[in-house]
Each structure stands twice: as structure tokens, then as C-alpha cells.
Design a protein around this ligand. Structure first.
Ligand SMILES: [Zn+2]
Length: 147
């Protein structure tokens, strides 16, 4: 059983995590509907927050926020990396960004409109290429693009 600090009991207690459910959450001033989990102390029933639900809740709130502002979510960026076979650093270089830029976007930084636009363009290019030649020539995307 997972454990968490219970303020009512004044110590670490086993807790019960409920199934995730959709709820309206305020993220950076925007109200978004996200999957969130809740947990309760197994002794007194008070709401507690074990680490594993914090990660889950933050991840889902973050994604929902990105969607609400039209920014690319980290799963899509990971898809670009997978399809192109590039590392986060290589993709950053190709786009002419700081080396850690893509890595930051995967983790905590929300892509700007311009970054999302260029990443979407890149994703489109990759999809086209896969349909057209399907020969894994993805390493050439930098050469023939005006990015
Ligand atoms: Zn308790």
C-alpha cells in the first residue's frame, strides 16, 4: 500500500488511492478539465497526497494546459524524436535552438506559439516522408528544409 504524510494523524500513514477522474483545475489562470487522482489516509480518511499522485496530477494538468492554449504536448514532441531517430539535442540544433530547448519542452517548459508551429511543421514533414519513400531517410530532413 502506498504511504503519505497525513496532517491529521501527524505522521506517515498507508493511504488508499482512488481511480483518476476528470475535474476542472485552474492551471496558470486557465480552467482546464484534467484527469486527477485523490488519496485518503487509511486510518482517519483525511485527504493526503502521496508522491505518485503528485506526479500523475502535475503531468495531466500540464498537458491539459498545453492543449487549452494550442501548444504542443510532450507526447507529440516525443513522437517527432521517435520518428526522426534524432535525440532532443539534435532536434534542438536542427531548429536552431539552444541545445537543451527540446529537453525543456519535454519536461516543464510550455512551447511558445512559434515553437509549436515549427514543431508541427517538422511533424508534418516527417509524416509526409514516411508516406512518400518510407525508406528511413529521415536524417535528411535538415538538408532540404527551409526551417
Ligand atoms: Zn490520517
Amino acid at each position: 500500500m502506498p504511504t503519505a504524510y497525513c496532517e491529521t494523524c501527524g505522521g506517515i500513514r498507508p493511504c488508499r488511492i482512488l481511480d483518476a477522474r476528470e475535474e476542472a483545475v485552474c492551471v496558470r489562470g486557465a480552467v482546464v478539465t484534467v484527469l486527477q487522482k485523490h488519496a485518503h489516509c487509511a486510518y482517519c480518511g483525511e485527504e493526503v497526497t502521496p508522491n505518485e499522485i503528485i506526479d500523475f496530477n502535475v503531468f495531466h494538468a500540464h498537458d491539459a494546459y498545453r492543449k487549452s492554449v494550442g501548444a504542443m504536448v510532450s507526447g507529440e514532441i516525443r513522437g517527432i524524436l521517435r520518428q526522426s531517430g534524432m535525440s532532443a539535442v539534435e532536434l534542438s540544433r536542427l531548429l536552431g535552438w539552444e541545445e537543451n530547448a527540446v529537453d525543456c519542452l519535454l519536461k516543464h517548459r510550455v512551447p511558445t506559439k512559434e515553437q509549436t508551429r515549427r514543431l508541427r511543421e517538422m511533424a508534418k514533414r516527417l509524416n509526409r516522408r514516411e508516406v512518400n519513400d518510407g525508406q528511413g531517410k529521415n536524417h535528411a530532413i535538415g538538408a532540404d528544409s527551409a526551417l
